[in-house]
Write a protein that binds this ligand. Sequence first.
Ligand code: ZN
Length: 301
Amino acid sequence: MAMQGLIGAVEAGGTKFVLALATPDGEILERTRLPTNTPVETWPAMAAFFTQASQRHGPIAAFGVASFGPIDIDPASPAYGTFTTTPKPGWSGARFHDALAQFNAPINVDTDVNGAAIGEWQAGAGRGCRTVAYTTIGTGVGTGIIRDGRSLMGISHFESGHILPPHNHNTDPFPGICPYHSDCIEGLASGPAIEQRWGRSLDQLADDPQAIQLIAGYIAHLASTLVLLHMPDRLIFGGGVMKAPGLIEAVRSATLRKLNHYVQHPRVDDGLVSYVVTPGLGDDAGITGAIALGCQAIASP
Ligand code: ZN
């Protein structure tokens, strides 16, 4: 079935919205960014961009949205596309379907992590894979599992950042910062946790190999858990923390030790150099994924 019409793509982040009008092939015809203020300001500005871009380039056949959360991403839910309990003022209860109703087009809403994961699967480090685990280690920690280009979910999106890793309080007395669990992976290894622990970001701790080893150990607990649960073709680790020099190498070594040769497969190379990787798209993963989400809305509205 030939796809007709254009894709409205939305990458909704906590500080900015990236908007694009694109062809179903992924060619971006027009793009802009807006600050994430309150819906009262951001919704009309978003609709105005799509109205004007559509007048220039043609009708919009579907929208793909990759958004910060928490947000309802279950297409069967009456609240699909609605922000739930976000602490961001004004956003709880705001719904993408209301903001984009005037276009009368199907809307596919997923999380920002799942959107970036789909982008990496389609055009980045996950190309050629059937199952990809994309994890961001940044302000928060989260994982999107992509199977044949579609994100997996259960009753809600996955919450890998809140898995509790082994935590030796003698060698690592830092209590963790998660308000729910203290020392879950997000509580120990997210950007804010690292700042609170050492007063610096991890890339400023290059003179401290023990810091890299410690954080790598927690991330490797997540990596080995993802391998055992999902058996991905590849694991991608992105986000601000992963930019620290030496971290991806340390994560590979620690993951190897945890798996201890248990998983044997051609995909799982000796040093995990092609199995545990950093992203291929950088900042474009989110909007690339949002366009792909829009294409999926046409394929199965
Ligand atoms: Zn937690």
